[in-house]
Design a protein around this ligand. Sequence first.
Ligand code: CAO
Length: 560
Amino acid sequence: MALVEVQVPDIGDFDEVTVIELMVKVGDTVKAEQSLITVESDKASMEIPSSTAGLVKEMRVALGDKVKQGSIVLVVEAAGAPAAASAPAAAAPVAAVASAAAAPAAVASAAPVSSGPVQVHVPDIGDFKDVVVIEVMVKPGDNIKVEQSLITVESDKASMEIPSSHAGVLKELKVKLGDKVNIGDLLAVLEGASAAAAAPASPAPAAATAAAMASAAPVVAVVAATAVAPAAAVAPAAPAHAPGALTVGLPHASPSVRKFARELGVPLDEVKGNGPKGRITVDDVQAFTKAIMSGAVQTKAQAAKAPAGGSGGDGAALGLIPWPKVDFAKFGPIERKELGRIKKISGANLLRNAIMIPAVTNHDDADITELEAFRVSTNKENEKSGIKVTMLAFLIKACVAALKKYPEFNSSLDGDALVYKNYWHIGFAADTPNGLMVPVIKDCDKKGVLQISQEMSELAKKARDGKLSPAEMTGATFTISSLGGIGGKYFTPIINAPEVAILGVCKSTIEPVWDGKAFQPRLMLPLSLTWDHRVIDGAAAARFNAFLGQILSDFRRVLL
Ligand code: CAO
């Protein structure tokens, strides 16, 4: 096994550059062309690839070291490496560096002298073809200086900025994010353009032109003309950033880190760089990804989608003031307990539904005196069957009758259309040790009260035992939330989207009801119907409740 010294290859006109990132360590196995270190001059950063594959035996550079062409980066134990492998790296990366750096020079030298509208074209960008526009740094109306960077393009090997050959007001930009461009393509039209007086008359040395770029665009200069990632697949055409984030320049990261972030879908402009000069490293991208996965942080996109308040977002996306942050321990002893999985899921759903649905609740009472007597006698008769009928089973049947009479209550909004469902699957809220669950009884129109009671008790048990299957929790067309067994008078249930209404039921009580001659003791059931005002109006809701009340007070109406 030959020991091979890997040297800094020809890095064009760059003299001494600083090592700002070590991408491998002793003991690592490296591939040929794999990036070993990142170096940076005052104008550009670039990655230095390995000329040979093998095991890293010794690092010869450290962070902050100054290196130049021929400096030994590291020593690898190369399996079967030819002696010549100790020569500087293959020509390809060198060309990439040189051509990227040389690009602005070509622009400047080609600049026509004109006082009218002038066209700015993609200059000679060396061997690069179909490079993707990953950043647009100017917009129509901007006052452009000579050498000011207009766009950033990226190939699989390098990213580079394309400067303007002229000064003037940007009239028209001819490219957009994601476009692929080539040498000679029209980039922009400037007006009131002055000649590129500052441009050298003949091709300037790459370093000199790059320096001009650097002074014109100091924020991004450091990522210009970067070179050489492993010769991997060409980066996807999709822009690396959302358009809104594209105004101030690329985050400070090498092309390989950029590529890595893009593969993971990490928004690089949200990653804090911990490398030298705030540079974003692979470790930073990995740490960011881990933090996202663990839920410790959110991307801006997630925060924008997340609901405000406790279940995720802080409400910023809705333009709300921040959620209050209180150190409760200051006021007394506390215990912190993470929310369970079901609470988190249902919380996020409830919050979305509460915020997004213009919901109104109508309260009413139903006289269930006779129905309750019938229920009690039915249970007595069926004692041996083991099936206990509760008021909720009657309510489900009564609701199906009301839903049939008022079909918009059994519908869902789909964009600008209403989807009416010709099936009646009723969900019922079940209180479980893990939180609220909503099992669904399918085809309630085809089932009797006894069957519904039986299914309900089975599903409620499954819910409490955490054994409900997804199929048993989906497909509801309407939901009932009954607190009847617990207490209360009225409440405002939250609609279970994409349903458009929900019935809340509380504990029935004997109340004095005027029959026209005298007060009679009647068993009254409090009903709270919440409905989506986009679909249902108040009159329909009042009718629905009234009809429900009629059925419950005389259940024979269900048959009509
Ligand atoms: N008025 C008076 N009593 C009622 C009643 C009502 N509206 N509804 C039920 N009851 C009585 C029952 O008859 C039963 O009495 P007995 O024990 O004397 O027979 C007792 O209350 C308990 O009933 P239950 O709660 O076991 O049965 P149910 O069919 O009414 O409800 C279920 C089943 C699963 C819905 C219920 O157990 C449950 O989980 N309720 C909570 C739902 C909930 O949390 N909703 C809120 C959602 S919004 O946050």
